[in-house]
Write a protein that binds this ligand. Structure first.
Ligand SMILES: Cc1cc2nc3c(=O)[nH]c(=O)nc-3n(C[C@H](O)[C@H](O)[C@H](O)COP(=O)(O)OP(=O)(O)OC[C@H]3O[C@@H](n4cnc5c(N)ncnc54)[C@H](O)[C@@H]3O)c2cc1C
Length: 434
């Protein structure tokens, strides 16, 4: 339950959203969804799962999505960037960037289920790039800083990230260290009271607009699990250069390669204990994975809904495409699978909030979410025929965007390795060479 202060803040959020109706999709595109089509398919579960406060938070974010995000998504997708400072400030003003962060630093001090409720609603944004950028800010960049950072670091980097004044990014992956995080090569070497950073980070979401990066770098040699630290690095530091990566999906989110050449930051910018960076990073993976899974549920609902609507209207051989048993059976099957994913994800979230170990369930939810999003994108696009192969159809964006879920934040195969270990069916490691 919310503490008294958090309840006060929540109340003000709720008052702001009082006169709102449930979200409504808006798009200038010819072939995208209308309100009536949304009734084609909607889950019976979410409203009963979340409590009144969580539903109110969803209504607040729905209003922001309706007014300040969805009408501009097509433009941002074309530009391959969205105005992160502008959007984050709106979210920060509504109290949505620090849901699980302490009130002392401007957060709401609520548990992960509140964050999950907002993540699920973010799935109604008409692209995956913007919710991904928000997820990075809300649940990936600031977790370790919030848990282990000094008061000084929190005031400098956490407070403005929660208020939406700062855009943040998380720099873990490198060209040679994606799945294999322990192989990180970027180094931060002490010189007096400073650290001198050299190396590069790849695939970094928000990085072209970010004010700071939570950087994983080697601060010593030796054991790769104990030689890394997380460091707050201002992105305007001398010696940082950036290069944009052009992707096949999630286009509105900016993704960059960041080069560090003798970048100097104070050594006090290390979060928590020096050498604990790998461990801190691993700690937050369960939240990231559950957030990724819960975030795709409404996107899948919408893809199914729009496909039902389109195939109902579209005629071939004298009847609706939808009236072919193969088509409506497949759509029912996929809707059933999304309900299974929803139940699995909700279970993982509940257990996590309850303080239980959820690595196995969170990995399963992430794996199933990636696999199902791909299957839904592919099957629905097929039912749209040639129209599905155009950029104008919302389903083609879903097809391209959803592909990332099986790669980012731990690829499917990494989830399978984790699950195999927890099921005790991994082969033994090869014997050490003498
Ligand atoms: C759009 C986008 C945004 C991203 N944002 C960020 C970000 O903000 N910050 C950040 O730090 N990173 C980010 N990433 C990086 C992302 O986390 C990595 O791409 C991901 O971890 C996979 O690493 P990789 O690309 O190096 O693939 P690799 O590690 O090269 O793996 C390639 C493939 O090999 C297979 N594979 C790997 N290991 C195994 C194994 N043990 N067993 C079987 N198969 C295996 C998998 O199929 C995997 O997909 C982003 C990536 C993308 C594409």
């Amino acid at each position: 339950m919310a503490t008294r202060n958090a309840q006060r803040k929540l109340l003000s959020i709720c008052l702001r959203s009082k006169a709102q109706t449930k979200y409504q999709y808006n798009s200038s595109r010819n072939f995208s969804v209308t309100r009536s089509s949304l009734q084609s398919y909607s889950s019976p579960l979410p409203d009963s799962y979340y409590n009144e406060e969580q539903l109110q938070m969803q209504a607040t974010i729905a209003k922001i999505i309706e007014n300040d995000i969805n009408p501009f998504v097509d433009e941002w997708e074309t530009k391959e960037e969205f105005p992160a400072h502008q959007v984050f400030k709106k979210l920060g003003n509504a109290g949505l960037l620090g849901i699980d962060k302490s009130e002392e630093y401007g957060g709401l001090g609520l548990d992960f289920k509140y964050l999950a409720a907002v993540m699920e609603e973010l799935g109604t944004i008409r692209c995956a790039g913007v919710p991904m950028a928000i997820l990075v800010q809300m649940a990936m960049t600031c977790q370790a800083l919030h848990r282990f950072g000094s008061d000084e670091l929190k005031k400098e980097f956490l407070v403005p990230s929660i208020s939406g004044d700062f855009v943040a990014c998380v720099g873990v992956s490198e060209a040679g260290a994606g799945s294999d995080v322990a192989n990180t090569q970027t180094r931060a070497v002490r010189k007096g009271d400073d650290l001198i950073i050299n190396g590069q980070k790849m695939w970094i979401t928000n990085s072209l607009q970010a004010d700071w990066m939570c950087l994983l770098a080697n601060t010593s040699d030796g054991n790769p699990y104990k030689n890394k630290s997380l460091i707050c690095v201002p992105m305007n530091s001398k010696g940082i250069t950036k290069q944009k990566i052009h992707k096949i999906g999630n286009n509105s989110s900016d993704t960059g390669i960041i080069f560090f050449e003798d970048v100097r930051v104070p050594a006090k910018n290390i979060i928590g204990e020096e050498g604990s960076g790998f461990f801190y990073q691993m700690l937050q993976f369960q939240e990231e994975r559950m957030a990724g899974a819960v975030g795709v549920l409404k996107g899948i609902d919408a893809a199914l809904s729009e496909t039902i609507d389109y195939t109902r209207q579209r005629k071939a051989f004298g009847k609706s495409i939808l009236d072919n048993q193969y088509v409506y059976f497949r759509l029912c099957e996929l809707a059933s699978e999304n309900e299974s994913l929803r139940a699995l994800t909700y279970k993982a979230i509940d257990m996590f909030v309850d303080g239980q170990e959820v690595t196995r369930l969170a990995s399963m939810a992430k794996l199933k979410a990636g696999r199902l999003a791909r299957e839904v994108g592919d099957t629905c696009l097929q039912f749209w025929g040639g129209m599905g192969y155009t950029r104008e159809a919302a389903i083609s964006r879903f097809f391209r965007d959803a592909r990332l879920l099986s790669i980012g934040g731990g690829a499917d195969e990494i989830m399978l390795e984790i699950i195999a270990k927890l099921m005790n069916i991994s082969p033994p490691p090869p014997p050490k060479k003498k």
